[in-house]
Design a protein around this ligand. Structure first.
Ligand SMILES: Cc1ncc(COP(=O)(O)O)c(C=O)c1O
Length: 459
């Protein structure tokens, strides 16, 4: 460099120092105020908040945190920590933290090859998000009736399989487990993928194996309403690298997760268009702690339910929910089916009067999107666009597909849904409280039904 150039460079460096100093003096983009906004959201008292703020203001935060998975500046971002913790807890090779359970379902169905002209068998009881994600993937949900476990009835699956079927998506309902043994056997025989929807039964096991790790992909909702949850989040698990890569493609803007980010495809077919279902760092920080509690929560709920069930009498006209694995239930509800909906309502009225937290569908209840017959966007066959794909998709029609939905398709689900009584259980109940609760349930049931040793057992 010439002397003249060097002199200019030196003088520019000196003046630019002042610019850098100004920049360094500014407040971090995310700083104490944001931290305090979070603390307020956690519900601390005003006195505690004042103490926290005083301490936080004494610390220099530098540029402050960078609240995104990428470039977090941490050795391990919160999202990465969440995924690592999920792999450890569930013993799987791949875990993907996502923005919701629905996002996890959409990513899972795309990964499994759901597309125009394909069908997925979904249970008639679960939640609308499952068949909705099939439609979002351009596939057609086909509903399978349930049995008295409220899970998909394995004896009814094969009649629904067509050349267009690519996957079965059983839901583990409200802490219980679907009958995964026969479901997996049927799926393997017909070369179908299994996507387990474990949103309502996080931590449950089937024959000793954690649900969500039995099928090809397991999905979870980590929303505030679920067994473990922060605010809104989802989780996808698999042991199959190519399924993980495809799910990642869909949820990470078509490939931004790759170490070389904007690079062309590394192999033919690596890249396809995706969307953004990224998990936020703040949510992941909470969920990393939450996911570690899964097994302890399952064990507490399971012990409480067992204590209660062991003390329940059998009654004529009361059919307990069939348990596909009593040892693996999360057990936050005790469910049974009185002979008629009228008896259910009378029992629940007396239970509530006795202080037993319980519910059933009141007479004239509004529709509920946990039952396929009421999932109107599906049953009315409305696609999101004017061409009404996937329901009227030419590819589907060409392959002989004719979507149709009728309340009479899954009669067992409709019947059980109307008669079902649910008693809420609390994981913190002592054995004495379990005994008291069981005795109270026995006494209320005895007001409506006759005890009988011949009646169906609770488990
Ligand atoms: C069975 C089932 N699947 C999927 C979901 C969707 O989860 P999210 O609300 O996190 O999108 C839910 C939520 O209630 C659910 O119950």
């Amino acid at each position: 460099m010439s002397d003249q150039k060097q002199a200019i460079s030196k003088s520019l460096q000196d003046s630019m120092k002042a610019v850098s100093e100004d920049a360094a003096h500014g407040e971090p983009k995310v700083g104490v105020e944001e931290f305090m906004a979070l603390a307020r959201r956690f519900g601390f008292s005003d006195a505690a908040l004042a103490d926290m703020e005083a301490i936080a203001r004494r610390e220099s935060m530098g540029r402050g945190p960078y609240l995104a998975n990428y470039y977090s500046g941490l050795k391990e971002s919160c999202v990465q920590a969440f995924q690592r913790r999920a792999r450890e807890v569930f013993g799987v090779k791949y875990a993907l933290g996502l923005s919701s359970g629905t996002a996890a379902l959409h990513s899972a169905f795309i990964a499994a090859g759901v597309s125009a002209g394909k069908e997925v068998i979904c249970p008639a009881i679960g939640f609308y998000a499952t068949p909705a994600a099939v439609v979002q993937s351009n596939g057609i949900p086909v509903f399978c009736d349930v049995d008295e476990s409220l899970g998909m009835d394995p004896t009814k699956i094969e009649a629904l399989i067509t050349p267009r079927t690519v996957a079965i998506a059983p839901t583990h309902v409200m802490g219980s487990v679907a009958d995964m043994g026969p479901i997996m056997e049927i799926a393997r025989r017909h070369n179908l993928k299994v996507i387990e929807d474990t949103a309502q039964s996080c931590g449950a096991t089937y024959r000793g194996q954690l649900t969500g790790t039995i099928g090809d992909i397991g999905i979870f909702s980590i929303s505030a309403y679920k067994i473990v949850g922060g605010g809104e989040a989802g989780l996808l698990l698999t042991n199959d690298e190519s399924l993980w890569a495809r799910a990642n493609q869909l949820s990470e803007c078509g490939g931004l997760w790759r170490p070389d980010r904007y690079a062309p495809p590394r192999w033919d077919g690596e890249l396809f268009n995706g969307t953004n279902y990224r998990l936020s760092e703040l949510e992941a920080a909470v969920d990393t702690v939450q996911i570690g509690k899964v097994v302890a929560i399952r064990n507490r709920f399971n012990a409480v339910k067992r204590h209660v069930m062991e003390r329940l009498q059998r009654f004529e006209n009361i059919t307990p929910q069939k348990l596909n694995d009593a040892d693996g239930e999360v057990g936050y509800v005790l469910r049974f089916f009185p002979e008629t909906a009228e008896i259910s309502r009378a029992i629940v009225a007396d239970m509530q009067a006795a202080g037993i937290e319980s519910y059933c569908r009141p007479a004239g209840s509004p529709p509920d999107w946990h039952l396929s017959a009421y999932m109107y966007p599906i049953t009315e066959m409305r696609g999101p666009t004017e061409d009404n794909c996937p329901f009227q998709c030419p590819i589907y029609l060409q392959r002989g597909g004719r979507a149709r939905y009728d309340k009479s398709d899954c009669p067992v689900s409709v019947d059980l849904f109307e008669r079902m009584v649910s008693v809420s259980l609390n994981q913190w109940l002592s054995p004495e409280s379990c005994a008291t609760l069981a005795e109270a349930i026995n006494r209320v049931l005895a007001m409506h039904c006759k005890p009988s040793d011949q009646a169906p057992a609770w488990f």
